[in-house]
Design a protein around this ligand. Sequence first.
Ligand code: SF4
Ligand code: SF4
Length: 425
Amino acid sequence: MSDYRSMWQDLGMDLENHDLLCQVLPTAVGDVFLSQKNRPKAMDFWDLVISEVHGIRPAELVKAQQEGRKVFGTFCVYVPDEVIIAANGIVTGLCGGSQFWVPDGEKVLPKSTCPLVKASVGARLGRTCPFFRIADMYVGETTCDAKKKAYEILGEDVPMYVMDVPQMKRPQDIVRWKDEIAAFAKRVEEFTGNTITPQKLAEAIKVINERRKALKRVFDCRKSECLPISGRDALLMMQISFFDDPVRCAKMCNRLADELEQRIKDGVSVAEAGAKRILVTGTPLAVPNWKLHQIIETSGAVVVCEEMCTGNRYFENLVDETQETLEGQFMALAERYMKTNCACFTPNKGRIDDIMRMVKEYHVDGVIDCNLKFCCLYDTEKYQVSRALKEAGVPVLSLETDYADTDAEQLRTRVGAFVEMISAK
Ligand code: SF4
Ligand code: SF4
């Protein structure tokens, strides 16, 4: 790894503690990714990014800040990147996916908070993640109680803006979300000192739509019976896309999709003959949470798609590019973002429809619905997800886990039994 210590020091990081995190990452990357056989060559980009995840992109962000640009850290796929980009801002994802950050989060949050929220707060307060140090403003949203309360605590340490996401999807809720996006745009203009014009917003909408199309191309390749990429590699690509420059992200995903499409034509598959095809759904898998994919893909199965925010929800549905006024563009954004089916909405039948559609499109043999401990929303929705799948005759396994490795063997046993059961069908 190149030497980024002086940058980390300037960012006020706890270097001693951060060294401990840097020590474990290479082993994890080696075990989960580099040990796989027959990977697409284009994964070299993501291998490099993840091997220097606290160096390469943070250094770019710091340089951009020195040139006068503002960095906005976000935690949810409802926050419209387009608005930030239209004001020449930069977006970076901030969700924490490592157990390493959880103890620092537990210093201020109840233990019975989901690990994603504890890790996100811990990464900031423990000063062990450069992205959490770099972001000039955090943008939260009222999607779940754990996040709402955590944002109050984070807001004591860093400028924080919280968007009020509606709880339902009635026409009046979509209009309310449009107004919320317009209010956010005003705050972004004030914070960056740049005006959002219809032309700038149109360009930003196009940039993010292009990223969506590129990610979709990669996912479309996973529908093939000849599977050209593992679930682990696709997940890594997806997780990094939340941090990367969107134009480069689209370019790299298109490069990967070119290779995957060629692999399908050439009959090159990463899956063993007879490997069972799994759809993973549930709470998002923030980087570096690779535990479940690693277990599934070393238990005789392959992950062919993720119905989650680190999956289809990040790229499905494009924003209408034909609007020419800010009002029209804000409404187009509201309409697209409100098509995302998170468990924070009621009712949320759209998520069940998405899962059933994806089961068909990706030729799925079984579904694993895995939720983070103490996530009441997804845990409760598990009942309806499981019932709908059972009624349709699709095998489903419901799991609950956290970021610790202590349950890995137990998960392995349950996943192994599930794969065996669907193999015997
Ligand atoms: S699961 Fe819901 S709250 Fe979490 S990132 Fe996705 S949309 Fe946002
Ligand atoms: S996993 Fe559940 S509890 Fe945790 S942040 Fe997401 S919606 Fe909230």
